[in-house]
Design a protein. Structure first.
Length: 308
């Protein structure tokens, strides 16, 4: 593990954990076991909803994160972040080191506060492995393990609203299926004569690969992998790049920007999402016992130290 000389304000081992709850995971305060699917991702409140003080605090915290995200994630901001982080000149480390680094992130809004953050990575991977046990799906297992590794951005100085949360296209009209869409009114792009139109800076059916998405851990990890000769299949790269793009994979928004390849890959992203979200209530995996298997997959698809 190595920090490169031209990196600023980056440390591989922070002195204390970084508080970075992921608002995409937000749900009511419930017992860790036995959650129903409809109890996950509860953003909107019913008019007659009665919240405890703790629930009200969490809801306000999530809303404030999205307010900042919708306000500051502009076309200019995204381009600046892609240029800065896309150079891959910040650090050299292995994928497994990145997985373990996630333990330095703390999510105080999650009932599993006392668990290492990497536990969710193994939970997701093992749930996928149980459903798709064949060796022909080993890439799927590995995708479950590494999908959140881009969250190292939070350890390296990026604010929460530029790391986690649902993602959406910038440079075109915002969809009403995005979480808290009314908060986009604070964005400079909201009233832009170009960016506020249906297609904005894009062409119909141009494909998601040609779309600027709000910046975060999804896009960053995708670019890390594709810059380091990763051999994971295209299905895996779609899962990693778009697993937080809920308006698309859950609400079928932005179909007019998608091409045939996007529509072909969508079912795979949807398959991944159910393992990602709902594994958070699963029993705890034995990380040390599982480590050799997943290290073998890393050695197969993303070996050695890579550039970040």
């Amino acid at each position: 593990m190595e920090i490169l000389a031209n990196s600023k304000n980056i440390t591989l081992n922070p002195a204390s954990p970084i508080y970075c709850p992921d608002p995409s995971d937000y749900r009511p305060e419930l017992l860790n076991q036995g959650k129903e699917k409809e109890q996950f991702r509860t953003f909107e409140l019913q008019d007659d909803a009665v919240l405890s003080d703790e629930e009200a605090r969490k809801h306000a915290e999530v809303r404030e994160t999205y307010r900042k995200m919708h306000t500051f994630q502009t076309v200019d901001f995204v381009r600046q972040k892609l240029a800065y982080w896309g150079r891959m000149d910040k650090a050299r480390m292995t994928i497994m080191e990145a997985v373990i680094m996630l333990d330095n992130l703390v999510d105080e809004s999650d009932p599993d506060i006392d668990l290492p953050n990497s536990v969710h990575a193994f939970q997701t991977a093992e749930r996928i492995r149980e459903a798709y046990p064949g060796p022909e799906y080993d890439w799927f297992h590995l995708t479950g393990l590494i999908h959140d590794c881009g969250k190292v951005l939070a350890l390296w100085g990026e604010p929460q609203w530029a790391v986690v949360g649902d993602t959406n296209p910038v440079g075109c009209q915002f969809s009403n299926t995005i979480v808290f869409p009314e908060l986009f009114r604070g964005s400079n792009d909201y009233s832009s004569p170009l960016y506020s139109t249906k297609y904005g800076i894009y062409e119909p059916n141009c494909g998601l690969k040609n779309i600027l998405m709000s910046f975060g851990h999804d896009e960053y990890l995708y670019r890390v992998l594709t810059s380091n000769n990763c051999t994971l299949p295209e299905e895996a790269l779609y899962m990693i790049r778009y697993h937080s793009f809920y308006p698309w994979h859950t609400h079928e928004a932005y179909q007019y920007l998608c091409n045939d390849k996007d529509r072909q890959m969508l079912p795979w992203v949807q398959k991944f999402n159910k393992f990602d979200l709902y594994s958070k209530a699963d029993s705890l995996p034995d990380r040390e016992t599982l480590m050799p298997y997943y290290q073998s997959l890393i050695d197969k698809y993303i070996p050695g130290e890579i550039s970040w």
